[in-house]
Design a protein around this ligand. Structure first.
Ligand code: ATP
Ligand code: MG
Length: 679
C-alpha cells in the first residue's frame, strides 16, 4: 500500500491556481493519510465521556465550562459569571469565585476517604523508589506551605523553582499555590544565565532547588548554577531573592551561604503539618512559565487559577479516559515544561489519579528503562512526546518487546506533530503488547504553554483516530484554520491555526508586558488568537498540524510544510529522524534542505541513500517537495522538551553562524553537526 497519495491540489495543477485560498499565505497540503481506527465497542461502552459533549458545549460554551468547573472543583465561594470578555483579549473566567488549587488536589481527597490511595509512585534514576499516598502528600504540602511562609513568602510573591523531576517539585508547586504565591519553574537543564534572567524578570523572593540530580547514571549538579545566578551582576537592579531552599537529592558537596540557604529537611521537615487552605480569587495568578524557546526568546506566560484548573482537569479526564480508581497514569514530561505543570502537578491530582514520576533519562541504566517502569507499576495511560517515540523506534522493537506492557490502554502524544510512521509504531509496538482485543487508542494532543491545556485531540471512546492528525477541537474549544484574511478555509485546504473564542485555561498575558501579549497573539487577526502554527483541514474536516508558520517554506511560489516532508522522510526504513528547513536559493526563492539521522544499519550506505531518499520524497509527496540537499547528521538540535530547533538548522543551511542556542538540551549538538558536515 502506498501510504500517501498525491492530492488533487498538487502544485501546478489548475485547482491550485483557481482556488483563492491556495494563493498568498495559505499552505498547500500534500500528504494524504487514509488509515482510520475506530474505538473498540468495549472501550466506547466504558468511556467516561461520549459524543454528546460536543453538542452540549456548542449550545453554550461558557455554560458548558461553568458546569465542568462546578463538577470538577470544590469552590470556597461559587462564581457569579462564567466568562467576562468585556475587555478582550483579557479574559476573566468564573468571576467572583474563590478556589484553592492545593485543597482541590489534596485535602479534599483525604476528606473524601481517599487518603490511602497512592498519588505518586516516584522512581529515581539510580533505582530508588518512594510512594506517596494522598494523605502523605497533603501533609508534605502543608509543611512546605508553612516553611515558605516562615521564610517570608506571602500571597502574590514569586517563587523560582529549579528542581529535577522529584516529588519535591510537585510539593513545591502545590505549596506555592496553597498560599497564593506564584511559581516560576526554570528547567533544571538551563544555565545560570537563563535562571538569572528569569529570576529577575519575575522578581522572585525565594528559590527552591536541589544539590543536584542524576543524569545517565552520574550525579549532575544544580545548586552551583543557583549560586552563580545569585552572585553575578544582573542586568539592572540586582535580584530580589532572600532565601534558597535546597533539597538534598544526590548528596553532592555544595557551597553554602549562611542565612540565605536552608536545607529542605531542616525547614520543611521541621515545619508543622497543620495548615488551612483558603480560597483565592479565580483570577489570582497561579504561575509564570517561559515558553520552550523553540523559535526565539522565551516569553513569560501568565496563568491564573479557576479557568486553568477547570480545563486541565476536564481534558485530563476526557482525553485520557481517566478512571481514577483503577488507572495508573504516567506523563513523562519534565516539570520545567508546561506539560509537567498541567498534566503532572495539577490535573492528575485534582482528578484523584495515581501517577508515576520518573527522574531520569530513558536509557539509564539500559534502553528498556521506561518499559520496565510500565511493567512494574502496570501503567495504563502513557503520555509522551514524538521525539521519544522516534528514539525508541531507532533503538528497535526488541527492547519494548521484552516487557509486559499489556496494562497500557491509552497512549498520548504531545509537543510536535507525530509522523504517521511513528504513530503506527507507537500503536503496534507499545499499544498492542500482550493478548489485547484491540490496540490502545492514541490521542495526539495539540496545545501550547499559552493555551494552558489541551485544545485539539480525539476523544478515545468517540473519535476514529488517524495516524498523524490531532483531528478535532475539544468540546467547548473554538479552533479554526483560516486564510490570510481570517476566513475559514474549506476542507482539503491549509492555512493558519486560530482560536476564535476565549477558553478557560488561556494565558492571561505575558508577565509584565501586556503590549507584547497583544502584539504576539492578537494582532495578526484582530478578534482571533493566532497560535503561530500552520494547519490543514482534510476532506473530513479533521485538523493536521503542519509546523510553525515561521518554518513554512516557499519553493517556487508554493508554500510547503516542513512536517509533511519530514513525515515522508521518516516513512523510509533507513531514516530514524528528519528535520527540514527552507534555505535561501537564487532560482527557487527557497530550497528544501533536509537533515536526517539514519537508523543504525543504514549509516554506512554512503551517497546512494541520499539519492534514494530524494526519490522517496518525490514518490510520497511530489517532485516539488524533493529536498535539494540532504545532510546526514549524528544528532538534531532540540530544546529540553524535545522539539527540533529548525532556526539553528536554517543558519547551518544558509552558511551562517548559528544563532541563540541557550535553550538547547545538549549544547554540543551544533558542533557535532558542523564536524559531521566537514567530513
Ligand atoms: P516558543 O514559543 O518559545 O518558540 P514552543 O512553541 O516550542 O516555544 P511550547 O509552548 O512548549 O513552546 O510548544 C507549543 C508548540 O508545540 C505548538 O505551538 C506547536 O507548534 C507544537 N505542538 C505541541 N503539540 C503538538 C501536536 N500534538 N502536534 C503538532 N504540534 C504540536
Ligand atoms: Mg510557541
Amino acid at each position: 500500500m502506498m501510504r500517501f497519495t498525491m492530492s488533487q491540489d498538487t502544485p501546478g495543477s489548475t485547482a491550485t491556481a483557481a482556488n483563492p485560498t491556495q494563493q498568498g499565505d495559505a499552505l498547500e497540503n500534500l500528504l494524504h493519510e487514509n488509515r482510520k481506527f475506530a474505538p473498540s465497542e468495549d472501550f466506547a461502552a466504558n468511556a467516561v465521556v461520549g459524543a454528546e459533549v460536543y453538542a452540549e458545549a456548542d449550545a453554550d460554551r461558557p455554560a458548558f465550562w461553568a458546569k465542568q468547573a462546578r463538577e470538577l472543583l470544590t469552590w470556597d465561594k461559587d462564581f457569579t459569571q462564567a466568562l467576562d470578555w468585556s475587555n478582550p483579549p483579557f479574559a476573566k473566567w468564573f468571576v467572583g469565585g474563590e478556589v484553592n488549587a492545593a485543597y482541590n488536589a489534596l485535602d479534599r481527597h483525604v476528606e473524601n476517604g481517599l487518603g490511602d490511595r497512592v498519588a505518586i509512585y516516584f522512581e529515581g534514576e539510580p533505582g530508588d523508589s518512594r510512594a506517596y499516598t494522598y494523605a502523605e502528600l497533603t501533609e508534605e504540602v502543608k509543611k512546605a506551605a508553612n516553611a515558605f511562609e516562615s521564610l517570608g513568602v506571602a500571597k502574590g510573591d514569586r517563587v523560582a523553582v529549579y528542581l529535577p523531576m522529584i516529588p519535591e517539585a510537585v510539593i513545591t508547586l502545590l505549596a506555592c499555590a496553597r498560599i497564593g504565591a506564584v511559581h516560576s519553574v526554570v528547567f533544571g537543564g538551563f544555565s545560570a544565565d537563563a535562571l538569572r534572567s528569569r529570576i529577575e524578570d519575575a522578581e522572585a523572593k525565594l528559590v527552591v532547588t536541589a544539590d543536584g540530580t542524576y543524569r545517565r547514571g552520574k550525579p549532575s549538579a544544580l545548586k552551583p548554577a543557583v549560586d552563580e545566578a545569585l552572585s553575578r551582576e544582573g542586568d539592572g537592579n540586582g535580584h530580589t531573592v532572600q532565601n534558597v531552599v535546597v533539597v538534598k537529592r544526590n548528596g553532592q558537596d555544595v557551597d553554602w551561604t549562611e542565612g540565605r540557604d536552608h536545607w529542605w529537611a531542616d525547614t520543611v521537615g521541621a515545619a508543622s503539618a497543620e495548615h488551612t487552605a483558603v480560597g483565592h480569587d479565580s483570577e489570582h495568578p497561579l504561575f509564570i512559565l517561559y515558553t520552550s524557546g523553540t523559535t526565539g526568546k522565551p516569553k513569560g506566560i501568565l496563568h491564573t487559577t479557576g479557568g486553568y484548573l477547570t480545563q486541565t482537569a476536564y481534558t485530563h479526564k476526557a482525553v485520557f479516559d481517566l478512571h481514577p480508581e483503577t488507572d495508573v497514569y504516567w506523563c513523562t514530561a519534565d516539570v520545567g515544561w508546561v506539560t509537567g505543570h498541567s498534566y503532572v502537578a495539577y490535573a492528575p491530582l485534582i482528578n484523584g489519579a495515581t501517577q508515576v514520576m520518573y527522574e531520569g533519562t530513558p536509557d539509564s541504566p539500559h534502553q528498556g528503562r521506561w518499559w520496565e517502569i510500565v511493567q512494574k507499576y502496570k501503567v495504563s495511560i502513557l503520555y509522551t512526546a514524538p521525539t521519544a517515540i522516534r528514539t525508541f523506534m531507532k533503538w528497535g522493537r526488541d527492547i519494548p518487546d521484552k516487557y509486559d506492557l499489556s496494562s497500557i490502554r491509552v497512549l498520548g502524544s504531545v509537543g510536535e506533530p507525530i509522523n504517521p510512521e511513528a504513530w503506527m509504531w507507537y500503536r503496534d509496538v507499545i499499544g498492542n503488547s500482550g493478548a489485547k482485543q484491540s490496540p490502545a487508542p492514541i490521542v495526539d494532543t495539540w496545545w501550547q504553554t499559552e493555551t494552558g491545556a489541551q485544545m485539539i485531540a480525539p476523544l478515545p471512546g468517540v473519535t476514529a483516530t488517524k495516524p498523524g492528525s490531532a483531528q478535532v477541537p475539544l468540546p467547548g474549544i473554538a479552533v479554526d484554520v483560516v486564510d490570510e484574511n481570517g476566513a475559514s478555509v474549506p476542507n482539503g485546504h491549509g492555512g493558519f491555526l486560530v482560536i476564535r473564542e476565549p477558553w478557560p485555561a488561556m494565558l492571561r498575558g505575558i508577565w509584565g508586558d501586556p503590549e507584547r501579549f497583544k502584539e504576539t497573539y492578537w494582532s495578526r487577526f484582530e478578534t482571533m488568537y493566532f497560535a503561530g502554527d500552520g494547519a490543514k483541514k482534510d476532506e473530513d474536516g479533521d485538523i493536521w498540524l503542519l509546523g510553525r508558520v515561521d518554518d513554512v517554506m516557499n519553493i517556487s511560489g508554493h508554500r510547503l510544510s516542513t512536517t509533511e516532508i519530514e513525515s515522508a522522510l521518516v516513512s523510509h526504513p533507513a531514516v530514524a529522524e528528519a528535520a527540514v528547513v527552507g534555505a535561501a536559493d537564487e532560482t527557487t526563492g527557497q530550497a528544501v534542505v533536509a537533515f536526517v539521522i539514519l537508523r543504525g544499519d543504514a549509516v554506512d550506505s554512503g551517497d546512494e541513500i541520499v539519492q534514494d531518499l530524494r526519490n522517496h520524497v518525490g514518490k510520497e509527496i511530489g517532485p516539488i517537495a524533493k529536498p535539494k540537499i540532504i545532510l546526514v547528521v549524528p544528532e538534531l538540535p532540540k530544546t529540553r522538551s524535545g522539539k527540533i530547533m529548525r532556526r539553528l538548522l536554517k543558519d547551518v543551511a544558509e552558511g551562517r553562524e548559528a544563532g541563540d542556542a541557550t535553550t538547547l538540551a545538549d549544547n554540543t549538538v551544533m558542533a557535532q553537526i558542523a564536524a559531521s558536515l566537514k567530513k
